[in-house]
Unconditional design. Sequence first.
Length: 270
Amino acid sequence: MLNSFLTLLSLGCLTGITTVLFGFGGGFITVPVVYGVLTMTARPGADADAMHVAVATSAAVMVVNASAAALAQWRQGRLRREYVWPLAAFIAAGAVAGSFATTLIGGTALSLLFAAYLLVTIADSLFRKGFLSVTQRTRPQPLERRTVTFGGIGIGLVAAGLGVGGSVMTVPLLRRRGLPMAEATAMANPLSVPVAVAATLVYALAPTNAAGPGQLGYVDLTAGAALLLGSLPTIAVARRLTGRVPDRVHSIAYVALLVVVLIVMLAMGL
């Protein structure tokens, strides 16, 4: 148990860095980490529903991480209201539906959906124009009403269902509207908050036979606490790096991290 706690604590530091630099809120790191720890420790009942617990715990951690990062980004003046609202409201609506849907899906199917989502996102970022580079002459364009409504609901649906916060959908969306990576990733944090809150409430109140000591519904409170102990101090330090990473390097690193997470998930046998 001590080794598991230390593993979560150290990887929590990594979630703090990815929250600030990529707007992940920890989701893409937290899900495979918690999934791996649960399957290795094989606590009674936990291994049978490890993926659901991983997704739920990821959402709970994101509530804190994304809120802390969003506050830091707001103080630095990197948030634009016209891109955050009302998109956040529609994302929240989709998140509620996505969270309920996830409780009805089997763990294996959920793992496959998580991996498929990663693969599609990586391919889209690499092969569709507008993500890896944005010219300095490109003037940021406003979001269309259809994108805000239907796109927002879709982002919330998928993001809450997989416990990833929506950043991997919102960052490419804002990027293709002409925003630099520093601003696109900054706004991914406040847009992840409604997803995380809605998902955490649903998962925490969901009836489950897999709940063990230290769990609230599907949320593993011990794992979440360990991750937050590592991530919150790191967020405070990493926020100073925002805007210092070259745009091109920032976008390539974003995709590279997704590739690493996909490889890890495949290596763990989903």
